[in-house]
Design a protein around this ligand. Sequence first.
Ligand code: FE
Length: 351
Amino acid sequence: MSRMDQSLFNEICLQQLRLSGVHEGETVAVLTTGDERADYASAFMWAAQKLGASTFHLRLPSPVEVSAVWRVGETGLAGNRVAVEALKAADMVVDCTFLLFSEEQFEIQGAGTRILTAVEPPELLARLMPTRELRERVEVAADRLAKAATMRITSPHGTDVTYRLGVYPTVSEYGYTDQPGRWDHWPAAFVFTGGADDGVDGTIVLAPGDVLLPFNTYVQHPVKLTIEAGFIRDIRGLPGHSSLDADLLTSYIESFDDPRGYGMSHVGWGLDERAHWHGLTQFVGGMGMELRSFYGNVMFSIGPNNELGGPNDTACHFDIPMRGCSLYLDDELIVDAGELTVPEMRPATQR
Ligand code: FE
């Protein structure tokens, strides 16, 4: 149970479903696993009914085998045909389990069902409530990204990496979803795409304060990643510094025993000025959505790109939001040392 009062939780879920366009005649399904997030199911079902929609709660059993590791794409829906069909028949699924990267999520979206993931602590859901204004800014960013042929990221710490774009779609996340078949995650405010499978080359230097998800930690000691043709070829600390973070990163990836864990995955930037870089100090047990969203972060990721339609479906996945980077689309500066340059991407008060 969260610390949030259930009636307040009900109200924020009502705001969410209103933004997501839930209306009379629709059916909203809520998906949970085991004993997790029963209060979320209650709040979303209350909100759906308030809007005149039908609703039901589909509760999957807890996994028999407990994995302490974050293995993406493995859900309790695999092999559970009746459950998948029930979700496909709904207009909207509120996913309180994290289905992302799974075959089942793609199948449900393919049936025209929109999906909203909601797994973060209620206090964070409330503080980063999506807005239409933020959605517009995210969509401006997505338009720019979708038109670009290359992305280059640099930093004062020595990052200089180039992604060849144009192969994979651009994805926007703004925290709600009102279009058939579209997925989003509450809270969120960022855009991303992926480089061509063999089209990422250069160096990334992680600096202290950059964020390692799912470690849910801040980098303490710089890490140098050497990337060639879409894969990380070398991970090491910098001379004169501890290699602790480099060693942890390598040890984790190696534990999956899958060379595709070294693949370069999605890349983009965050836009929410309400999201705090220091957010992990508040919600250590969450998914890190606040860190993916904070204003001006440049986030790259390692591992699967099947979410974008690519061939890599490894279960090993990192998202790494970085501070103070510059990002160019076709040589045009879009993020300038952590500051967005395009007025339409900035908060209305800062244009
Ligand atoms: Fe990711």
